[in-house]
Write a protein that binds this ligand. Structure first.
Ligand code: BYC
Length: 318
């Protein structure tokens, strides 16, 4: 088969919504884009464990601790599915880790903000997981099979995460004056970073057009952002809390909320490594990787020994 006919076959599959699988031929740039997005997504899940991990020992009661622990473990699981999906494209786990630790690979800007109070556990679940679901539900239909399938399970778990965050916010906002203030303060600090999570505006998003043509992305950054704002403002009303945007206003003509200007300088500054916690987050991940070396070595030695033993048993049986 010539490259032209392989390309034609690939384009046709994408058009017919037949998923592309690891052994299928795919254009180099498609592979590169997927690797970039999936590995960044995996890194986001793993780095994303840190702001909430910070509060496990300080959860206000046993139920909250058990739930938060389970949530953080779920995020680890999401990272693992995603690293496995990225490995099917030809990159090794070690390569991806090296890119994260050297600062070459990106991860979501949101995780470079600090979690200062218990109310932040509510705001992260409600807003950050809420934004993640909005972004990830369309990815369940991504054209690359292993990514799309990983997203199905991830989205189910993220729904539970979002609800547990909302429930923390509801409890706090129905609590004492101090608790309500904590909830409002958490909303004030996480609102804009959550809105930035969707990425740069469409007219400054170099990857969107091609990714949509390949049906990796289905909905643009701005459209997802608008959908998130529309649903989240209504949820804030139920909580009796006010998003920190004086320009937020329902627009009868468009059927959407208008919102104020996003500080894109802040976004790019965080993406470039200068956010409040970028250095701390990378240090924590590097330390975990170094301290986990003996576990990786032990697992490898065990699997080697086991396969030697199994080979001996099969040789005897033969
Ligand atoms: N932060 O052309 P664009 C979770 C980069 S974790 C940092 O629009 P694209 C959770 C972008 O990479 C789930 N960088 O790019 C875990 C690109 O740079 P490169 C997080 C960003 O790929 C624990 C450049 O800006 N979700 O739920 O078409 C606890 C231009 O952007 C960001 C995902 O990872 C950002 N926010 O679209 C709680 C979703 N935005 O790579 C919760 C998967 C943009 O060219 N990823 N950049 O150097 C995606 O859906 C897409 O990659 C994006 C960006 C929408 C993020």
């Amino acid at each position: 088969m010539t490259v032209d006919s392989l390309q034609e076959h690939f384009d046709d599959k994408v058009k017919r919504e037949v998923t592309i699988e690891p052994r299928d031929w795919m254009p180099d740039d498609y592979r590169k884009t997927l690797l970039r997005q999936i590995s960044q997504h995996a890194h986001s899940e793993i780095v994303g464990m840190l702001p909430e991990g910070n509060w496990i020992t300080r959860a206000p009661n046993l139920r909250r601790k058990a739930v938060l622990l389970a949530k953080v473990q779920d995020e680890a699981g999401h990272g693992l599915y995603l690293y496995s999906a990225a490995e099917t494209l030809g990159s090794s786990r070690d390569e991806m880790m090296e890119q994260l630790h050297s600062g070459k690979a990106k991860y979501s800007s949101i995780f470079n903000y600090p979690s200062l109070t218990w109310a932040d556990m509510g705001a992260i679940g409600w807003l950050v997981d809420g934004a993640a679901i909005m972004n990830q539900v369309p990815l369940c239909r991504a054209s690359y099979g292993p990514y799309a399938r990983a997203m199905v399970r991830v989205c189910k778990e993220e729904s539970f995460h979002q609800r547990q965050g909302f429930e923390i916010m509801l409890t706090l906002s129905n609590g004492t004056e101090v608790q309500k203030k904590l909830a409002q303060d958490a909303l004030n600090r996480w609102w804009w970073p959550s809105i930035m999570m969707f990425g740069p505006p469409d007219d400054n998003s170099p990857n969107t057009e091609q990714s949509m043509r390949w049906r990796i992305k289905r909905i643009s950054n701005d459209e997802l952002r608008q959908r998130f704002i529309d649903v989240t403002v209504e949820q804030a009303k139920i909580l009796g809390l006010t998003p920190p945007d004086k320009d937020l206003k329902w627009n009868e003509a468009t059927g959407h909320y208008d919102f104020g200007a996003i500080n894109w300088d802040e976004f790019w500054n965080v993406v470039k490594g200068n956010g409040p916690c970028n250095k701390e987050r990378l240090e924590a991940r590097k330390k975990a990787w170094e301290e986990g070396e003996w576990v990786r070595e032990a697992a490898l030695a065990y699997s080697k020994k086991r396969s030697e033993r199994n080979n001996k048993i099969s040789a005897k049986a033969a």
